[in-house]
Design a protein around this ligand. Structure first.
Ligand code: PLP
Length: 453
């Protein structure tokens, strides 16, 4: 107890958290999570919470898995680290690359390891710039992303992120980054069908390429489902049609599967299995290690690498991108153990089984008048509070306050959901069972009822 209080105090005095609200910096004691087991976390004062956000979309196999801890221990003792630069390899990273290549769609057989999702996004974009430079087209460098996207917190990854809320006093690259409109079907005009809405979004992309010139557009980057932007599910066929536009104009397609990959939608990778596309580059992180170690990876098309490698093509080319901890052996060892457990326990099959139940049960919450929308796919979902209207990309202050009250009430009742704008975002560990889903719905229902009164 004393230890927890000291941690809270030190945190208040010395820690600047990601997405810290500076207007109240250091004022409120944080919730110190000190122990965790399965889908439960506890604050060390005897209060237990069902973790309906899976840490940060990442705790896929749940907490306290001895197999994952043991994999880390074994590798740390055997060989904790050696440089990944140049021609140096380590066994877990090599094996993991082979396992990822086997699960990857199409010819995404080459793996560039990074340290997290942001560095994987940054590296994918840098690879694209390198590729066009090395093939004699350095002017082909414009990057197309979307409003409401979230791709990370490094400079270029933040620049290709398009959430209005997140754009603050930082500088963003805008000379070669372009944001298309959000593919959120809720933004359809009155009377517009989903097909017409999709046509409009695809036409906007075509038009932008026309304006910039196809010889200047390098790539399109997209999350299959926009996760942190509020679990936004684009209209049916959107990704296939955007990929077709890319193919027509020689633009590369980067699929950011930091959230949708590793089981959240019931597949190791969702791009092909769930959305019917084979991208040119695919990004993974988070569930790759089930959150036990930081690790990210970019899977790259062999077709692209063939054009820039080998003595003929590459000349003196060196791909000068990477990190001290790229493909860290301890992180890769836990990723291998994670894959083994996912296979042995049929985690993807389990998600395909409970995912529809999760969404179906959450839909019941639409009966509360404070709920504007419930949306989701398998184990990623979102409850939007208030009237659902947005002005300049932002919800009303009243709807934000409403969602915050729901979050606080849920926490008091033993459920952690992720507050964001006017939404409660849900991404429980993939091992969640039906009765725990019922518990999430029950607590959310009680919180929504209380804010309605
Ligand atoms: N891409 C997506 C789709 C994400 O949701 C995130 C993080 O939430 C990132 C990239 C960045 O990952 P990280 O926080 O590991 O740097």
């Amino acid at each position: 107890m004393a230890r927890i209080n000291t941690s809270a105090l030190w945190d208040q005095q010395h820690v600047l958290h990601p997405w810290a609200d500076l207007s109240t910096l250091g004022e409120e004691p944080p919730l110190v999570i000190s122990e965790a087991e399965g889908v439960w976390v506890s604050d060390g004062e005897g209060r237990r919470y069902l973790d309906a956000i899976g840490g940060m979309w990442c705790m896929t196999l749940g907490y306290g898995r001895p197999e994952l801890a043991e994999a880390m221990r074994r590798q740390a003792l055997r060989m904790a680290y050696y440089t990944p630069f140049g021609a140096m390899a380590n066994e877990p990273a090599s094996e993991l690359a082979a396992r990822l290549a086997a699960y990857a769609p199409g010819d995404l057989k080459r793996v560039h390891f990074t340290t997290c999702g942001s560095t994987a996004v940054e590296s994918a974009l840098r690879f694209v710039h390198y590729y066009f430079g090395a093939t004699g087209r350095p002017e082909k460098r414009h990057i197309v992303s979307r409003v409401d996207a979230y791709h990370g917190s490094t400079y270029l990854a933040a620049s290709v992120s398009g959430k209005a809320w997140d754009r603050t006093f930082f500088h963003y690259e805008n000379s070669f980054v372009h944001l298309l409109s959000s593919p959120n079907p809720a933004l359809r005009k009155a009377g517009q069908t989903l097909e017409q809405f999709c046509d409009e979004r695809v036409a906007e992309f075509e038009q932008l390429i026309g304006e910039l010139g196809a010889d200047r557009v390098a790539c399109f980057i997209a999350e299959p489902i926009l996760a942190s932007g509020g679990v936004i599910i684009p209209p049916p066929g959107y990704h296939q049609r955007m990929l077709a536009v890319c193919r027509r104009h020689g633009v590369l397609y980067i699929s950011d599967e930091v959230v949708t990959g590793f089981g959240r939608l019931g597949h190791f990778f969702a791009s092909e299995a769930h959305f019917g596309i084979v991208p040119d580059l695919l990004i993974t992180a988070k569930g790759l290690t089930s959150g036990y170690q930081p690790l990210g990876a970019v899977l790259i098309s062999e077709r692209l690498l063939e054009q820039i490698s080998g003595t003929q093509a590459a000349g003196n080319g060196t791909f000068t991108n990477g990190f001290t901890y790229s493909g860290h052996p301890v992180a890769c060892a836990v990723a291998l153990a994670n894959i083994e457990l996912m296979e042995r326990e049929g985690v993807c099959e389990h998600v395909r089984e409970v995912g529809p139940y999760f969404i179906e049960r959450l839909q019941e919450l639409r009966r509360y008048p404070v709920v504007a929308q419930v949306r989701g796919d398998h184990l990623m979902a979102c409850i939007e509070c208030g009237d659902g209207r947005r002005l300049d990309g932002m919800p009303s202050p009243e709807s934000i306050a409403l969602a915050q009250r729901v979050d606080v009430l849920c926490q008091a009742k033993g459920l952690l959901v992720r507050p964001y704008e006017n939404m409660c975002i849900l991404s429980p560990p993939l091992i969640i069972e039906r009765q725990q889903i019922d518990e999430i719905v029950r607590i959310l229902g009680r919180a929504l009822e209380e804010v309605t009164c």
